[in-house]
Design a protein around this ligand. Structure first.
Ligand SMILES: [Zn+2]
Ligand SMILES: [Zn+2]
Length: 200
């Protein structure tokens, strides 16, 4: 409570959608800035355990789900179960619609933008994520179709959108700070756009 301003639960409007939290809206902006198509809460899923679950984002071009979790929300059981269920279970060569099956990542608060004592956060940081099940996920931008995405290092490395090889491309962990995160301005009442990466 004292070291982390609790701003996650504030419903936030962005792109005609009311998100449950500012952090979710920030992820939507981040996906837009990276030209990643998204749908917010498009599906209600009944997991094998019988639990009903509505993941936050589905990325239809990438076969990837993002569940956004702030620091005070450690419960990720449903996300882990979804990830286990949707991962590839092929014997031998993967025949899934998406390489390795559907991918699930947990979207966290950005790194590199610690709030000051009054809770102000600078507008740009770097995306931070975790993998709830299976091998770690890395961000990569396909040079063939230019789509930014998350992949695991399970071979073959193929673009989840265009299916071309990514073997020669650099992949990034969150700590590599390669994927800019877009944050709404806390306290100034507006959301501002990410500066073009070329300007940096
Ligand atoms: Zn498979
Ligand atoms: Zn591609």
């Amino acid at each position: 409570m004292t070291d982390e301003p609790t701003i996650e639960a504030v419903p936030t409007e962005y792109a005609g959608t009311t998100f449950r939290s500012r952090l979710e809206a920030d992820w939507a902006q981040t996906l837009d800035a990276s030209r990643i198509k998204w749908a917010y809460e498009p599906e209600t899923i009944t997991l094998p355990s019988g639990t009903v679950y509505i993941p936050d984002f589905w990325l239809p071009e990438l076969g990837t789900w993002i569940e956004v979790k702030g620091p005070g929300i450690p419960r990720v059981e449903k996300t882990i179960e979804l990830a286990q269920t949707r991962a590839c279970h092929c014997d031998g060569i993967c025949g899934c619609a998406w390489p390795g099956g559907e991918l699930i990542i947990i979207g966290r608060q950005s790194i590199g933008v610690a709030p000051d004592q009054r809770g102000y956060r600078p507008p740009t940081g770097y995306a931070n994520w975790e993998t709830p099940h299976g091998p770690s996920t890395y961000s990569v931008t396909c040079t063939a179709c230019t789509r930014t995405q998350w992949i695991t290092l399970r071979r073959p490395w193929r673009c989840r959108a265009c299916k071309r090889s990514l073997e020669k491309q650099t992949v990034y962990r969150p700590i590599d700070r390669a994927l800019r995160f877009v944050e709404g301005s806390a306290g100034l009442g507006g959301l501002w756009a990410m500066p073009d990466l070329d300007d940096a």
